[in-house]
Design a protein around this ligand. Structure first.
Ligand code: XUL
Ligand code: CO
Length: 442
């Protein structure tokens, strides 16, 4: 193992690939960055990213208990802790061999007493980050604005009933886009933190949605003005913090973007745990975006099926990672997007080493999923199933329907002379058994 001179994770060396026989918890068993799968290296296919907030900023507190995370940078405060986190974060990316990270503005630098002071803090940390990015080994996958933690956002940001808050949020995103340009961020994300409502009894739904549309158009215009060319992303989530989030799921978000003529400027950043909160599987959301040409990036985590909130666990479920990678490969990859671990170690996993173990677990789960998905595609497993199931649309009346030659008259005429409709079995159980074989045997 390579030994680095380090300050923040001194007990951890560079994490290496050791193969599936390894018993070393600090090694990859499946993620082999240079291995070619589906015509690209695993590193290029998976584009892993570290979520700054979960890894370096949040402290493990929950509504019932105080901070638990034991971090070597905790001895600092204010701007000093912000600077220490930058140093620690780059040590972490390098030791884990990850090329991307993502942050909210307020994760990296503390707020000051005024917006100008806050921007000054941000500038200082951004220039520190920029210096660390010079080597070119680590890039910013995306940045975003935290428009939900500060009490000023109690009624929302772009959808707040208070126009002063709309203006403040605009100023914050304006600054965020300047940071995106400065750090050459691949994408800029909008997660609608408090953009939603709790009760219709005090809500002007039409005005709030129109304002959200206006806000996003202003962002697009400003990016154009300053020459920021990253991809805009919206991250759907159905609830939490508000009861009714406007960007509920992939379908609702795409409809919103179309209604407000924003669909040409945005793609979706889909999060696994948000999908499950919306009552969908992750692969449903990915498929829905993919078939509409709107799959941009992924927040890789998983929920707990026994709990109804956004637990942001590290992804370890191989069914989900396999089916997610299937959608991503069928999409031709994620382009400028990546697999961002919007996932946190459990409150009881408070050692610094747990930050490594958790990411290794997620990276291995996605690497294994990539291999299984690639083999499923090479063998045309689902394609054969689907082609067979929809074969009736490749000839006769079915072909007339899909090629636009049919209408209600011709269809009635056909149906009146076809009293012996025959269906074929969907074969769900047999297909699932085949999927098991691929997950177990690749
Ligand atoms: C919240 C969530 C956010 C976004 C970025 O559930 O996923 O962290 O990813 O604001
Ligand atoms: Co997220």
């Amino acid at each position: 193992m390579v030994s680095l001179n380090t300050a923040y994770f001194e007990n951890v060396n560079k994490v290496m690939y050791e193969g599936h026989d390894s018993k070393n918890p600090m090694a990859f068993k499946y993620y082999n960055p240079d291995e070619i799968v589906g015509g690209k290296t695993m590193k290029e296919q998976l584009r892993f990213s570290i979520a700054y907030w979960h890894a370096f900023t949040l402290d493990g507190s929950d509504p019932f208990g105080a901070a638990t995370m034991q971090r070597t940078w905790n001895k600092y405060s204010g701007m000093d802790i912000a600077k220490a986190r930058v140093e620690a974060s780059f040590e972490f990316y390098e030791k884990l061999g990850v090329s991307f990270f993502a942050f909210h503005d307020r994760d990296i630098a503390p707020e000051g007493n005024t917006l100008s002071e806050t921007n000054k803090n941000l500038d200082e940390i951004v220039s520190l980050i920029k210096g660390r990015m010079k080597s070119g080994n680590v890039k910013l996958l995306w940045n975003t604005a935290n428009l939900f933690t500060n009490p000023r956002f109690v009624h929302g940001a772009a959808t707040s009933c208070n126009a002063d808050v709309f203006a403040y949020a605009a100023a914050q995103v304006k600054k965020g886009l300047e940071v995106a340009k400065e750090l050459e961020s691949e994408n800029y994300v909008f997660w609608g933190g408090r953009e939603g409502y709790d009760t219709l009894l005090n809500t002007n739904l039409k005005l709030e949605l129109d304002n959200l549309g206006r806000f996003l158009h202003m962002a697009v215009e400003y990016a154009h003005e300053i020459g920021y060319t990253g991809q805009f992303l919206i991250e759907p989530k159905p609830k939490e913090p508000t009861t009714h989030q406007y960007d509920t799921d992939a379908s609702a978000t795409m409809a919103f973007l179309k209604n407000y003529e924003l669909d040409k400027h945005f793609k979706l950043n889909l999060e696994a745990n948000h999908a499950t909160l919306a009552g969908h599987t992750f692969e449903h959301e990915l498929r829905m975006a993919r078939i509409h040409g709107m799959l941009g990036s992924v927040d890789a985590n998983q929920g707990n099926p026994l709990l109804g909130w956004d637990t942001d666990e590290f992804p370890t479920d191989l069914y989900t990672t396999t089916l997610a990678m299937y959608e991503i490969l069928k999409n031709g990859g994620l382009g400028r997007g990546g697999l961002n671990f919007d996932a946190k170690v459990r409150r009881a996993s408070f050692d610094s080493e747990d930050l490594f173990y958790s990411h290794i677990a997620g990276m291995d789960a996605f690497a294994r999923g990539l291999k299984a998905a690639n083999k499923l595609i090479e063998d045309n497993v689902f394609e054969k199933v689907i082609n067979n199931r929809y074969a009736s649309y490749t000839q006769g009346i079915g072909l007339d329907i899909v090629e636009g030659r049919a209408n209600f008259h011709s269809l009635e005429e056909y149906a009146l002379h076809n009293d012996t409709i025959q269906n074929i079995s969907g074969r769900q159980e047999q297909i699932k058994a085949t999927l098991n074989q691929y997950i177990l045997e690749v």
